[in-house]
Design a protein around this ligand. Structure first.
Ligand code: JHZ
Length: 392
């Protein structure tokens, strides 16, 4: 692993503080990112035990955005049309935003965070509140093999690939496929979206790296879709090499060529990225300093895990951002880790209350701008750091 970026000491991104824990010293770890020139994998170097992050208090719910609900709904329709699976399984089913588009007898959820698994169980969906591994795969697929395994924004959170892919191979039917959806490294590097790196995101994948990993498990990518969720993601359609039911689509090579053209296989690309990250921090702080010198108020919108990286790396705290609005009930009344900025229940923006809003959930910019069109019409401004810090 060759290090290229040091994002400093960071707390656990989804460990929101309450008024008691606010007074205690937070545990922090050094967020350093590296590139492996052999495997092309980009990953964080210091990892945190999974149980510390994915437990019965996991705050993130995919249902908090219309964009995600629509994306999962559209994908479910396409899956049914294109593959007609008789049994589907989702690894990391969260609060059921994807699985609810399927008939209860045709889908299984796997979700280690107990608070989330409880939601889908309550809604009548078979859900295993465990980590996906070979023993769970054997248990689930004993009676019936699975035709389609889907997993969005989960593989990047899992250290042990070997267990994951062995479990996939064990449980897929003869025609079975795996669909993985994760933020695209190409988009992350192009957009200087360094906040895609935090304790939970052990990796940000490129097609060139994923191809090499999959090859070890006799798996191959047969199609890739570029989707706009989470700042630009890739949806990889994967099959075992023995599965001859699907041909390899030309989009696979096209994506690989684009990544190589951009230099994702070269260390120098990442060094340049690190320089851009450092200038991004300077620019963002300049914007905040200017606004503060005019005695104007700034609030935040979307207390995301990504915000944790930005705020802690740029040393932006409650002196610069008064509070964050968020719609997630679990986060309301708590404080962002590290920066200790209070999170309040979302209220429609109005120019009477605030003139500048830092866009923590920049990945939902279109959805948020639609929702806040009155504020924008009134002359309200947003501050964004992606792709480069500016007021819009
Ligand atoms: P959002 C999480 O990251 C964590 P985060 C995780 N590690 C991951 O990989 C990605 O998700 C997928 C709020 N919001 O999706 C809701 C509003 O308040 O960018 C959320 O708290 N109003 C699993 O946390 C946050 O913003 C709105 O109108 O970086 C969005 O979080 C909208 C649209 C969202 O993920």
């Amino acid at each position: 692993m060759k290090k290229f970026l040091d994002l400093g000491l960071q707390p656990l991104a989804n460990s929101y503080l309450n008024s008691n824990s606010l007074r205690l010293k937070e545990k922090k770890f050094r967020l350093v990112i590296g590139f492996n020139p052999k495997s092309y994998l980009v990953s964080i170097l210091n990892t945190v035990p999974k149980e510390k992050m994915f437990n019965e208090r996991y705050p993130y719910k995919s249902s908090e955005s219309k964009t995600m609900k629509k994306s999962f709904k559209d994908l479910s329709k396409n899956i049914k049309k294109r593959f007609n699976p008789s049994l589907v399984l989702e690894i990391g089913s969260n609060d059921g935003t994807f699985i609810k588009n399927f008939n209860k007898s045709k889908i299984i959820g796997v979700e280690p965070c107990k608070n989330l698994a409880r939601i889908t169980i309550k809604n009548g969906y078979t859900t295993f509140s465990e980590y996906w591994d070979t023993s769970l795969a054997k248990k689930i697929s004993k009676k019936k093999k699975i035709d389609l395994i889907y997993s969005a924004n989960t593989l990047s959170h899992i250290k042990n690939f070997s267990e994951i892919f062995k479990a996939v191979n064990l449980s897929l039917s003869e025609k079975g496929i795996l669909i993985l959806e994760d933020p695209s490294l190409l988009e992350c590097i192009k957009n200087v979206a360094y906040d895609q790196f935090y304790c939970e995101h052990l990796y940000v994948f490129s097609a060139i790296a994923l191809k090499k990993i999959l090859n070890k498990y006799n798996l191959e990518i047969f199609d890739i879709e570029n989707v706009n969720t989470h700042g630009g993601s890739n949806r990889y359609y994967i099959k075992n090499k023995k599965n001859k039911f699907f041909k390899i689509n030309s989009k696979v090579q096209k994506n690989i060529n684009l990544e190589k053209k951009f230099g994702l296989h070269k260390f120098n690309t990442y060094k340049k990225f690190a320089n851009k990250v450092s200038s991004s921090r300077k620019k963002l702080n300049k914007i905040f300093d200017k606004i503060k010198s005019e005695n104007k108020k700034v609030i935040g919108y979307g207390a995301t895990a990504k915000s944790c990286t930005v705020l802690n790396y740029c040393k932006i705290g409650s002196k610069k951002i008064d509070f964050f609005y968020d719609t997630t009930s679990y986060k309301i009344g708590k404080f962002l880790p590290g920066s200790k900025i209070k999170i309040k229940k979302y209220k429609k923006l109005s120019i009477k209350d605030v003139g500048y809003v830092f866009l923590g959930a920049w990945n939902f910019k279109s959805e948020i701008f639609k929702k806040e069109k009155n504020y924008i019409r009134q002359g309200g401004k947003f501050i964004t750091h992606i792709p480069s810090p500016k007021i819009i």
